[in-house]
Write a protein that binds this ligand. Structure first.
Ligand code: CTP
Length: 421
C-alpha cells in the first residue's frame, strides 16, 4: 500500500524513524514528506535512507511530476506524526504553503494525525478547535499520550509509541480495503459488487484423521485464513458456506458445515460445489490417513507385542479434493476454483516455483501460495501470500498483512476472473 508519512517540526520526529521502519518492513511503499521545521530535528538523509526515496518539503521539486497533487491522490493512507500545533492549524484552515499541506488537501484516502506538543499548547482552545474541525472532516486523530515531555515536565502531549501508531495505520488501511477502496483510494465497483448474490463455498482448517477414539493425525492449520475469506465474502454480499474442520466462532452471516476428516470434507465439498459460483480450498487437507481405525484406545502394551515396543501406523492416501473439484466441473468453467499451496521450499525450488508447478498440476483458476513453517502463517494473525493465475505469469504479492486484508485481495483477484467469464 502507498503511505505518505508527513512529519511536522517537533522533537518527537525522532520517534517517527521507528514508525517509518515498521511501515517499510510491513511491505508498504512509504514517501516521507517532512515540513521544513521537521528537518531541523531529523535530516533529509535519514528519511531518504530509511524510506529508500528522495525527500522533499516544498512543491518546487520534480515539478513535471506534479508531486503536490500526485502524492495525495495516489496515497492509500496519509499519517502525520508528530502533528504540531502549527501543522494542525494550517491543516484546519486549508492552507497549502508547503508540500505536506498540499498533500493533505489532495488526499482522498484515510488521514491519521498524531498530535504531539507541550501540554499547554495541546490544551489551548485554538488547538482543541482545530482538532475538532479536522476530526469532523473525517481525520482520525490519535490522542497524545500522557507522560514525560521534552524536559523534566510531564502531562498530555507525548507522541504515542511507534508500534501503537503502526497498529492504527494497519487498521485504517484494512478498513479502507474492506470498504472496497482500490489501492489508490478510488472505490472499485468491479470488486465491491462481484460477489453480491453469488454462492461461495470455502473450506477451512486442518483435517483430523483418527487413529483411535482418543488420537488423530493433524496439522498446524488454524483455519483463520479460511474464516477471514468467508467473513469478507459475506460482507461483500455473497451467500457463503464454510466447510470447516476448525473450531473457531462462525463469522456473521456464514453457514458453517462442520467436518472432521478429509473423506467427510470431500463428500460435503463435492455436494456444495454443485451450483456454486466460487469454491475456495483453503483447508489443509491431510494427504494420508491411518489405514485402520482402532475402535478402542490403543494401549501402551498393545496386542501381541513386548512391553517396550511401539505400534506401526500404516497410512493410506486421501483423495485430492481440489483436483476432483476441477475434474468434475467439466467444461462449464463454473465454479471459479481457488486452491492454496502450503510450501516451505525445498531442494527442487523456491515457494514460487513449487507454486507454479502445483497450479499446473491442480488446474484451478487461482493458486494462493503460502510460505509456511513453524513461525510463519499457522495460527498467526498476519499472512504473506503470492496469488498466481492460471494461463498467465502474473503474481500478486500480498502482505505481510492481516488475514482479512489478504482475504480482500484474494476476492479482488476472484472478481477479475469472474469479470472475464
Ligand atoms: N488439497 C485437497 N486435497 C488433498 C490435499 C490438498 O483438496 N488431499 C488442496 C488444499 O486444500 C489446497 C491444495 O490442495 O488448496 C494444495 O494443498 P497442499 O497441501 O499445498 O498440496 P498437496 O496437493 O498436498 O501437495 P504436496 O503436499 O505434495 O505439496
Amino acid at each position: 500500500m502507498r503511505v505518505v508519512l508527513g512529519v511536522a517540526g517537533g522533537i518527537a520526529a525522532y520517534k517517527v524513524c521507528a514508525l517509518l521502519r515498521l511501515l517499510t518492513e510491513g511491505g508498504h511503499d512509504v514517501t516521507v514528506v517532512p515540513t521544513a521545521a521537521a528537518l531541523k530535528f531529523v535530516g533529509a538523509p535519514t528519511w531518504a535512507a530509511l524510506s529508500g526515496k528522495p525527500v522533499h518539503t516544498e512543491v518546487w521539486s520534480d515539478i513535471t511530476e506534479v508531486p503536490h497533487v500526485r502524492l495525495g491522490q495516489q496515497a492509500d493512507l496519509v499519517i502525520v506524526a508528530p502533528a504540531t500545533a502549527d501543522l494542525l492549524a494550517r491543516a484546519a484552515t486549508g492552507q497549502a504553503d508547503d508540500l505536506l499541506t498540499n498533500v493533505l488537501l489532495t488526499a482522498r484516502c484515510p488521514v491519521v494525525m498524531a498530535p504531539a506538543m507541550h501540554t499547554e499548547m495541546w490544551e489551548h482552545p485554538a488547538t482543541q478547535a482545530n482538532v475538532a474541525t479536522l476530526s469532523e472532516r473525517g481525520v482520525h486523530i490519535v490522542p497524545p499520550a500522557s507522560g514525560r515531555l521534552t524536559g523534566a515536565d510531564t502531562g498530555p502531549g507525548r507522541l504515542p509509541e511507534p508500534e501503537d501508531l503502526y497498529a492504527v495505520c494497519v487498521r485504517e488501511l484494512g478498513r479502507a480495503a474492506r470498504a472496497g477502496a482500490a489501492p489508490h483510494g478510488i472505490p472499485d465497483p468491479a470488486v465491491t459488487t462481484a460477489l453480491t448474490g453469488r454462492r461461495v463455498v470455502v473450506s477451512a482448517g486442518g483435517t483430523r484423521e483418527p487413529l483411535d477414539p482418543v488420537r488423530y493425525l493433524g496439522n498446524r492449520s488454524s483455519g483463520k485464513q479460511g474464516y477471514a475469506l468467508a467473513a469478507v465474502a459475506a460482507r461483500l454480499g455473497a451467500e457463503v458456506t464454510l466447510v470447516s474442520s476448525a473450531t473457531l466462532a462462525a463469522p456473521e452471516g456464514v453457514r458453517v458445515v462442520p467436518v472432521e476428516t478429509a473423506l467427510e470434507m470431500r463428500t460435503v465439498m463435492l455436494a456444495e460445489a454443485a451450483g456454486a459460483d466460487v469454491v475456495v480450498m483453503a483447508a489443509a487437507v491431510a494427504d494420508f490417513r491411518p489405514a485402520n481405525y482402532t475402535e478402542h484406545k490403543i494401549k501402551k502394551s498393545h496386542e501381541g507385542a513386548g512391553d517396550d515396543s511401539a505400534p506401526v501406523v500404516e497410512l493410506v492416501r486421501n483423495p485430492d479434493i481440489l483436483a476432483e473439484l476441477v475434474r468434475t466441473r467439466r467444461d462449464t468453467e463454473r465454479p471459479v476454483i481457488v486452491g492454496f499451496a502450503a510450501e516451505t521450499g525445498d531442494a527442487s525450488g523456491g515457494v514460487l516455483d513449487l507454486g507454479r508447478a502445483k497450479l499446473a498440476r491442480k488446474g484451478c483458476d487461482l493458486l494462493v501460495v503460502n510460505e509456511v513453517g513453524p513461525d510463519k502463517t499457522f495460527g498467526r494473525e498476519d499472512n504473506t501470500v503470492h496469488i498466481l493465475r492460471r494461463g498467465t505469469d502474473d503474481v500478486i504479492d500480498v502482505g505481510p498483512a492481516s488475514k482479512s486484508v489478504v482475504a480482500e485481495e484474494i476476492w479482488a483477484a476472484v472478481a477479475h476472473v469472474l469479470a472475464r467469464g
